[in-house]
Design a protein around this ligand. Structure first.
Ligand SMILES: *Cc1c(COP(=O)(O)O)cnc(C)c1O
Length: 411
């Protein structure tokens, strides 16, 4: 049954960005006009008010990550956090060694930072992942050499939602005395975490992926055991204890802090709610459609992520057919190109299946009615597009399979 109560368009692309939560927006509001001071102005009330707000926000971010406020460096977003972590560590430790370890499914902010380092004479190991998108910690350990200065492995993948075994990798990094960075953009605010549980030394986060504003991020940098050194990538007035110069985005920082406080209050109930919604969507698709495949790990995945390949259907065609529903095909970043997503290639998906994939990104605003509506629309359009596909007809005829058998094979 397709619910008639939903309002279009439906946003189900929360891995790309999220709306600013109303309470976050209210917290930010006074810092655009009334309290417009520069947090670095030490001589008057305007500056003090801004500084106080920024420090409160820093403590809110730190609390969510389980670290000290002084270990948080404000940035312009996670792209900058990733760049600062990787290039900053590489420059600071170049006399120790010039080898880094990462995975093939990292965000471009990590992969392209590594590529640049390669052009500057560093060596980078890009570890493969298994069919569910997981890095094998044993591969990390095998890749470590005397030259290794940094391991960078993401907490959760932005396309397929797979969670990485970070605590195991953290133990290995510690044992070998190698610094450990994680891009935790998709994880922060979605599932509980602590930098000490993971034993990470650096962690990237972004406000706009967890109901905060765009254009503000944070980098956690461990201050003791070990004290991580960084060569700043932005020179100027020496803000953020010299780690990142530039006038702080005060409303942005306040918004990120408020988003972290909100996440902390609602995280566990919201994670359970989203997991239930995702399973509702999965249940509807899997009972009504044959020849569909789940991309990513069946259980070790982000609560709001469902990535599905619909065999015999072009992802782009399905996307176009789903009018009024915002989802992504392949990867949001590469969907302008015809190359299949490198993440889907890395989990061993053949091109045809990679091209038929849709990423559903559930979030705070989504309801069960919306899930039912989206499921009904997807089912209807997949059936319609398949009916137009000679390849689907041929496959059915050749295999002699019926819909039920297809369904059983479509894991
Ligand atoms: C969105 C995203 C980034 C980039 O964050 P911005 O704040 O938009 O620069 C980095 N890594 C991952 C995994 C992301 O999903």
């Amino acid at each position: 049954m397709k619910p008639t109560t939903v309002t279009l368009p439906i946003y189900m692309d929360h891995h790309s960005t999220t709306p600013v939560a109303p309470e976050v927006f209210e917290a930010m509001r006074p810092y655009f006009s009334e309290h417009f001071g520069n947090a670095a102005s030490r001589n008057h009330q305007f500056g003090w008010a801004a500084e106080e707000a920024v420090e409160k926000a820093r403590a809110q971010v730190a609390h969510l990550l389980g670290c000290k406020p002084a270990e948080i460096v404000w940035t312009s977003g996670a792209t900058e956090s990733d760049n600062l972590a990787i290039k900053g560590v590489a420059a600071a430790y170049r006399e120790k060694g010039r080898h880094l370890i990462t995975s093939q499914i990292e965000h471009h902010a990590v992969l392209d930072s590594c590529r640049r380092l390669e052009r500057e004479g560093y060596r980078v190991s890009y570890l493969p992942v298994d069919r569910s998108g997981r890095v094998d910690p044993a591969d990390v350990e095998r890749a470590i050499t005397k030259e290794t200065i940094l391991i960078s492995i993401m907490a959760a993948n932005n396309e397929i939602g797979t969670l990485q075994p970070l605590a195991e990798i953290g133990r290995i990094a510690k044992r070998h005395g190698v610094l450990f960075h994680t891009d935790a953009v998709q994880y922060v605010g979605k599932l509980p975490l602590s930098v000490d549980d993971w034993q990470v030394d650096l962690l990237s986060a972004s406000a706009h992926k967890c109901y905060g504003p765009k254009g503000v991020g944070a980098l956690y940098v461990r201050m003791s055991k070990p004290r991580v050194r960084l060569v700043p990538q932005m020179d100027g007035g020496g803000h953020e204890k010299g780690r990142r110069s530039g006038t702080l985005n005060v409303p942005g920082c306040v918004g990120f802090g408020a988003a972290c406080a909100l996440a902390e209050r609602e995280l566990s109930t919201e994670a359970a709610r989203l997991t239930a919604l995702r399973e509702r969507l999965r249940g509807a698709l899997w009972t009504q459609l044959e020849a569909i495949h789940l991309n990513g790990h069946p259980t070790e995945r982000l609560p709001g992520n469902l990535n599905v390949s619909f065999e015999f259907v072009e992802g782009e065609s399905l996307l176009m057919a789903l009018k009024g529903i915002a989802v992504s095909s392949g990867s949001a970043c590469t969907s302008a190109t015809l190359e299949p997503s490198y993440v889907l290639q890395a989990i061993g998906l053949r091109d045809e299946l990679a091209h038929s994939s849709i990423r559903f990104g559930l979030g705070r605003g989504n309801t069960a009615d919306e899930v039912d509506f989206v499921a009904a629309e997807v089912i209807e359009n997949v059936r319609r597009l398949r009916a137009l596909s000679p390849r689907y007809e041929m496959a059915i005829e050749e295999s002699g399979l019926n819909a039920v058998q297809w369904g059983a094979s479509g894991s």
